[in-house]
Each structure stands twice: as structure tokens, then as C-alpha cells.
Design a protein around this ligand. Structure first.
Ligand code: PRX
Length: 650
């Protein structure tokens, strides 16, 4: 198999020097195997607790887990104050760089003060422990400050990626029941200010319960103002006391909600809690990246609006006292060497990003990274989608100079932290494979009936034991939590929704989603969500959406639509309108790459849309089995329509 995957069966052993001083060695697997709970308990001891737990895990009511039962801690204290108290107040927590090139440096002492002020401001606004606070922000330090301020006072943050639309924001605010929104006038993206406040204003016409909007001034764009509701961050936060005593909360106190796409149109509010979550994000960040707080400069090049940002820009790195780089903008602004320039400037030693970015760099060519000094790098990470061996090898060679282990980390919003990944000082790396369940994690590949498969087989990925940073439920919907993840193989087996292969050595290769969820540039988008957006447009009678493989973004969104009678001959303009409609409705990441207007959709006799066939069409393949199709002339019609009605890019 390794011969056919493009890496010619090459293995990359851990660099000797790294292995000799690695935070974790090979014994970690045996220790975790011998006593899983004792292993996680030891990981939890890396944090500061104000009250010890009575029980490591309560799994008496699966799938509802409780970790470190009875334990108490403050998450923000663990990320901030304790480092200052230990004499590291002057260490840089974040080197922040704005897209236009402006910079800010925040030490642990300064960040602690900022967070205390913001916590006091939220308290002044009446926010209490357990209340939800929506955060809709660009990548600026105040975003992180707002998250930690919530954590500090026990409020539950709900960050919505700044690229989402007003509609998406409104439905999340409603579902979470947020009382305050933190936003900014805008942020910089692709060389221009991009407004955020108007989307909040629009969203708040459709949802109730938000008392105040705190607005950070970033771009100085004009904003509309609702007196009594809207407040400038600098007016309210800057005048607060920098003192705030962190109160301890239960290990199971809710920390945040993060919405993610599922197989229905309604996104799921994934709930994470405090003690177990922080334990696993901190431990994995330390072990997977071999983080050395005194010498490393760490950079997760992702947006804080996704789980990767929560776990590996904010909570993991801060709990480990890392010095991190945060960058506001996109990789091509103002030039295509921007990221490499930042690596050189800050002497970044650990870089964590997504395969889609690496493939984009590949397209731009190796001359660009070759023009910068990248010798500070020592560990590289990948996340969000399968990394193909070619991209892995390119990353290893052209960014890592052939010296840096590449760790391909598989995990999900739901899992909160790394679940399957090599360890840089331990594993013989295989390009393209996530390889090994993290110590203390039980991941298996099973068949459709749930029987565990041996080596050299392909099936479904499941997790067969609870883990500390697991989601606790779907916000407000325990039944959906059970149905979605814990019904297919019983209440003690978590169904991840990913296909996986175990190779002859027992290494795990992730094969992508097995449900109706697309993965576009590492972002999860539900086919149903895009379909319901399309049918909400007056011109569309019916829609079917598939993820077609895409050389850069992993998958691209391809939609097939049947128009209503009155809209029949609207043509190319209408296709553009529909693409814009979806972009406005959900967000630019959900904008279909291609929309094909068709007369009919292929359906089974029971009326289910046959996406597999549509995917064949979208990927220009010979059609697969059509025997269950009601009328296979439908596919011929679709294929005939293809060249004339398709529309790409733009
Ligand atoms: O399909 C898997 C893919 O991304 C999904 C989780 O998406 P999300 O919750 O948005 O979290 C992304 C960041 C953790 C998974 O079900 N995925 C994530 N990492 C990998 C991956 N697929 C293959 N290899 C990975 N390393």
C-alpha cells in the first residue's frame, strides 16, 4: 500500500536530538495502556486545581461523561496568573501581527491584566457564571482576551467565525441564548478592512436576549450605533481595575460552545467543559508538538473562530506557558511569502496548519519559502483533513528543510483535542498517515456491524473509551447528542463519522467523512445546510449538493438545482445570484464552486438523492452502479446538460 500512496514507502525516524530531549518518550504508550485513568490523572496534575477530584471518571451514565468529579479550578488562572506568580510575567504570551504589518506584543503579565479588566467589564454588564457570550471577531488580541475573560468569570463563550453571515450568527445567538456580543468594527483581510459590526446589527434584528454589544475599534470603519445597547470596548474595558480574583469552578462547568455542521441543516452546539478539556488540550499540545516553553516560538496558523484556534492558539499554548505568534490575515497578503516572513521574523520553531494551505504553497512554488530563513523550525503539524503524501513530503522538504518531523493530527470539534497523531520524538513517520491513537485514547476501525477489523482493512473510525476533552453534549439537545454520536454502535462507542484504513503495520489512515458532511479547506460544511439555503431562494425548486474532490481545497462544493417554472430561463446570471445567495446566507466558505441547473435529480425508489452518482458527475467520472435509480435516463440528461450549465470560479 505504501508504494501506491506516493511516498514510496519512505519512513522518517524521529531526529536523534529531538528524541533524546523529547517531552515524551516511547514508554508513554505503555504507561497509558497499563492504566488509562491514572495516565490522564497524571496529565491533570500538570494544572493547578483549588480542590482535588474524588473520582477521575464517572461513566455510570454513558454517553454522559464526567471527568475529575468534584475537582475545582479556574481555566483562566491556569492559563495566566499561575505563570505570572511563578515569575514568568515578562515572558511573551503572544507576538501579534496585523495584516497591514502593525504589531502588538503581550507578555503573560500584560495579558493577565487585560483579561482581568475585561472580566470586570463583563461583570459590570451583568454577565454571570453560566451566561453565554457570543464573540464575533477578527484575529486580534481582544478576541483571546474576551474568551479568557469569559472563562475567568465562568461565562460560556460562543465564538462565531468572522466569515459567517448575519443569518448564521443570528441562529447561533438564538440557540445559545447569548446575552452579550463582543465584536469589532471590522478586521483586515486580503489587504482591505472587512466589516463585522453590520452583520451583528443585522443578526440582532432577528434574535432576542442580547442586552449589550461590546465593540472593539480595529479598522476605524463607520459603524451604526444603537444607544444603550452598543458600547465601545475601549470605553468600558480600559477604565476597569486590572485586579480580579479568579473564582474556582467545577471541573464540569461549561467552558464554551462551538457550532459545527452536522448532517442536518441545523448546526450543532458542541459543548466543552473545563477540567477535562484543559487537561487534554494542555497535555496534547505539550506532547504532540514537544513544546518547550522556555525556547520555542509556537504558531498555529488558523483562525481562533474554529476549534483548532480554541485548543491550540488559546487554551493549550497558554496552559503550557508557550510563546505564540498570532497573525490576523491571509497567506497571500501583501505577498505570497508573508507566512515565511513571519517565521523568519519571530524565529518560529513549531508551525501547525492545514493541508489546504500547504497545497496552495505547493502551487505557488518552492522558490517562495526558499527565499526566507526557516531554520528556526523544528516541528511541523497538520490538521483538518487528510494530508496527501505529496503535500506531506513537500511540507517536510520545503518548509521543514528535511529536518522537522511532520505530525498529522486527527481530531474534531467534538473531541476537543488531538486523538490520533504521531509523536515527534517517538514515531517513525509515514507521510499521509495519522498513524497512532494518542496515549490514553482508544480508537478502532470497525465494520458496518461494529466488529473490530484487523490490520490491512478499511472501515469506520470509532472511539471506544471516553476521553477527558470529549464533548459533553449538544447544547440544549441531549437526544441529538446520543443519536448523532452514540447510537450506531451503542452508548459506549463514539461514531466519528470518518472512514479509516488500518495498514499492514496497524497504522491508521483517515479517509474522509462517510456522512453528508463536506470538508472544504479543512472546514466542515453540511450538504444539507447548503441545500436548504439554495431551496430558500425563490428561483429554486430542489437542490442536491455534493463535495467533489478538489486539488487545493480537499473538496469543493458542487450543487445541482432544479429551477421553479418561472425561473426556467434565467441562465448564467441566476447561477451567479445563487452562489452569492449561499455565500450571504451561510458565509463565503459555503459558496458553491459550481452550480449546475438540471431538469431532474437522480433518486432511489425510496426518494433519497443519490449523491454518489452526482459526485461521479461532479468529478467527471464514469457513472457507478445505477441499478437502484428510478430512471437512469435522469443521469444522461444531467450529463448532457453539463458543459452548457456549469459555472466555475469567481
Ligand atoms: O473528517 C475529519 C477531518 O475533519 C473533521 C473534523 O472537523 P472539525 O470538527 O471542523 O475539526 C477540524 C480541526 C480539528 C474530521 O471528522 N479531519 C480533521 N483532522 C484530520 C481530518 N481528516 C484527516 N486527517 C486529519 N489529520
Amino acid at each position: 500500500m505504501s508504494e501506491s500512496n506516493g511516498s514510496e514507502g519512505r519512513r522518517f525516524p524521529a531526529p536523534q536530538e529531538l528524541a533524546a530531549s523529547a517531552n515524551v518518550g516511547p514508554d508513554v504508550y505503555e504507561r497509558a495502556e497499563a492504566d488509562r485513568l491514572a495516565f490522564w490523572e497524571e496529565a491533570a496534575r500538570r494544572l493547578t486545581w483549588t480542590q482535588d477530584w474524588d473520582q477521575v471518571l464517572d461513566w455510570s451514565n454513558p454517553p454522559f461523561a464526567k471527568w475529575f468529579v468534584g475537582g475545582k479550578l479556574n481555566v483562566a488562572y491556569n492559563c495566566l496568573d499561575r505563570h505570572v506568580e511563578a515569575g514568568h510575567g515578562d515572558q511573551v504570551a503572544y507576538h501579534w501581527e496585523g495584516e497591514p504589518g502593525d504589531t502588538r506584543t503581550l507578555t503573560y503579565a500584560q495579558l493577565t491584566e487585560e483579561v482581568c479588566k475585561a472580566a470586570n467589564a463583563l461583570i459590570e454588564l451583568g454577565v454571570q457564571a453560566g451566561d453565554r457570550v457570543a464573540i464575533y471577531m477578527p484575529m486580534i488580541p481582544e478576541t483571546i482576551v474576551a474568551m479568557l475573560a469569559c472563562a475567568r468569570i465562568g461565562a460560556v463563550h460562543m465564538v462565531v467565525f468572522g466569515g459567517f453571515s448575519a443569518d448564521a450568527l443570528a441562529s447561533r445567538i438564538t440557540d445559545a441564548g447569548a446575552v452579550v456580543v463582543v465584536t469589532a468594527d471590522g478586521g483586515y483581510r486580503r489587504g482591505a478592512p472587512s466589516a463585522l459590526k453590520p452583520a451583528v446589527d443585522d443578526a440582532l434584528t432577528r434574535t432576542e436576549g442580547v442586552r449589550n454589544v461590546l465593540v472593539v475599534k480595529r479598522t476605524e470603519q463607520d459603524v451604526e450605533w444603537t444607544e444603550g445597547r452598543d458600547l465601545w470596548w475601549h470605553d468600558v474595558v480600559d477604565r476597569q481595575s486590572p485586579q480580579h480574583t479568579a473564582e474556582s469552578f467545577d471541573a464540569e462547568h461549561p467552558l464554551y460552545i462551538m457550532y459545527t455542521s452536522g448532517t442536518t441543516a441545523k448546526p450543532k452546539g458542541i459543548l466543552h467543559t473545563s477540567g477535562g478539556y484543559l487537561t487534554q488540550v494542555a497535555y496534547t499540545h505539550w506532547a504532540t508538538f514537544d513544546l518547550k516553553p522556555d525556547s520555542d516560538v509556537y504558531w498555529t496558523a488558523a483562525d481562533v473562530g474554529w476549534v483548532t484556534g480554541h485548543s491550540y492558539i488559546v487554551y493549550g499554548p497558554l496552559a503550557n506557558r508557550a510563546t505564540s505568534v498570532v497573525y490576523e490575515g491571509t497567506p497571500e497578503t501583501p505577498h505570497r511569502g508573508r507566512w515565511f516572513e513571519l517565521i523568519e521574523k519571530y524565529r518560529v520553531s513549531i508551525l501547525y496548519t492545514a493541508p489546504t494551505v500547504i497545497r496552495t504553497f505547493m502551487k505557488w512554488g518552492e522558490d517562495i519559502p526558499a527565499g526566507f530563513d526557516l531554520t528556526s523550525l523544528r516541528v511541523l503539524g497538520s490538521v483538518g483533513e487528510p494530508i496527501n503524501p505529496e503535500a506531506w513530503l513537500w511540507y517536510h522538504q520545503n518548509i521543514g528543510g528535511g529536518r522537522c518531523p511532520v505530525v498529522d493530527t486527527w481530531w474534531q470539534t467534538e473531541t476537543g483535542a488531538h486523538m490520533i497523531t504521531p509523536l515527534p520524538g517517538v514515531t517513525d513517520l509515514k507521510p499521509g498517515s495519522a498513524q497512532t491513537p494518542f496515549p490514553g485514547i482508544s480508537a478502532k476501525v470497525v465494520d458496518d456491524e461494529g466488529n473490530e477489523l484487523g490490520d490491512d482493512s478499511t472501515g469506520l473510525l470509532v472511539l471506544t473509551a471516553p476521553w477527558p476533552s470529549m464533548l459533553r453534549t449538544i447544547w440544549g439537545d441531549d437526544d441529538r447528542y446520543v443519536d448523532t454520536y452514540w447510537s450506531r454502535f451503542g452508548k459506549e462507542v463514539y461514531f466519528a463519522g470518518d472512514g479509516a484504513k488500518k495498514d499492514a503495520d496497524g497504522d491508521v489512515w483517515l479517509l474522509g467523512r462517510v456522512d453528508d458532511v463536506m470538508n472544504v479547506s479543512g472546514h466542515r460544511i453540511s450538504t444539507t445546510e447548503v441545500e436548504s439555503s439554495l431551496v430558500a431562494h425563490p428561483a429554486v425548486a430542489e437542490a442536491a449538493v455534493v463535495g467533489a474532490s478538489d486539488p487545493t481545497t480537499g473538496q469543493g462544493i458542487v450543487a445541482f438545482v432544479i429551477l421553479r417554472g418561472s425561473a426556467q430561463d434565467s441562465g448564467e446570471d441566476l447561477v451567479q445570484q445563487l452562489r452569492t445567495h449561499v455565500s450571504k446566507d451561510i458565509g463565503p466558505i459555503a459558496k458553491p464552486r459550481q452550480i449546475m441547473v438540471v431538469q431532474e435529480l437522480p433518486k432511489t425508489r425510496s426518494g433519497k438523492i443519490m449523491r454518489r452518482l452526482l459526485r461521479d458527475v461532479a468529478e467527471n467520472r464514469e457513472l457507478g452502479d445505477v441499478t437502484t435509480l428510478t430512471d437512469d435516463s435522469v443521469m444522461n440528461l444531467i450529463k448532457e446538460k453539463l458543459p452548457a450549465s456549469s459555472s466555475s470560479e469567481g
